[in-house]
Design a protein around this ligand. Sequence first.
Ligand code: PEP
Ligand code: MN
Length: 364
Amino acid sequence: MTLKLDINPIKAWLPHIDNPLLIAGPCSLESEKQALDTAGLLAKDKRVFVYRGGVWKPRTRPGSFEGVGSIGLSWLQKVKEETGLPVGTEVANAQHTEEALKAGLDVIWIGARSTASPFVVQEIADVLKGSSAVVMIKNPVNPDVQLWMGAIERVHQAGIRNIVAIHRGFTPFRETKYRNYPNWKTVIELRRTMPNLPIICDPSHIAGKREYLFEISQKAFDMGMEGLMLESHIDPSCAMSDAAQQVTPADLGKILDKLVIRYESADNPDFENRLDMLRNRIDAIDSELLEMLSSRVEIVKEIGAYKRDNNVTALQINRWTQLMENRVNLGKKLDLDETFVKILFQLIHEDSVRMQTEIMDEEK
Ligand code: PEP
Ligand code: MN
């Protein structure tokens, strides 16, 4: 299913943009000086298009710094006056949204914890009705693409057309390298179902540590994301939230220097011709693969009927263990990734057993 929602491209609300959308600024605004000094440095880098600063901070446990609150909105207004950059913050309820709109913020975003709650999203969407603000929606903390889409639809139903989705990673269930693991599968699914929705990446909250920002940012461009939201603080070591993942504006510039920006197409006929040729070969191989799978299914069905007639079970664990071992070894010799081969044959085998049990049940 594809949902062709009426959503504006980024260029519609940021006409002078000729690069990926880069949003940068501190995790939290802490003082007027910190907000303005950071903004002053970021604004000198012409690759930064929007300034971010959290004023209401959703914290996992009570007792940590929960943001400066409404006063921070006036600092964002000052940043806008002084730098000319559009400014944005996170809202987590109706009152935040009212205040942020009243303060004339250009961008507001719904955080990962809020996206996970349809009631909260609806409450925010109701306040947004009639506003021309840009609304960004982070993925929910759990990798549920429906929940993410639902939040986008609620905001869209409120009449908002300047919408951007943000991939900020998902809560891991075990210790991982990253604070929130990126799940590109979920992002691809969102892109497939809402093809004209701009999607950007928030490498800061995925990484949790500044040393991983570059690799995640590059991966985001490799995957066709249209921009980045990166946390930048004038003095990260003193940051009151997310200190380990923030970078100075100068270090942010160094990360940006190294990044290779990728485009949907290369604007070069030779490139397009060669790509077409390679894709034709892939198409032919895929069709052969499907034909072979179909021949396999025919044999599986024959085995199913044969087992049924001889009262033998559909699942035979020894055969399964041997088959898997054999395919993994064969795959290794062919330079195929072991996990890939395992998952592929798990799927193939699962379906074979399903077909065989169906054949057995038919008899009853
Ligand atoms: C943030 O952007 O500072 C933030 C709290 O993000 P998230 O909702 O992704 O955790
Ligand atoms: Mn943060």
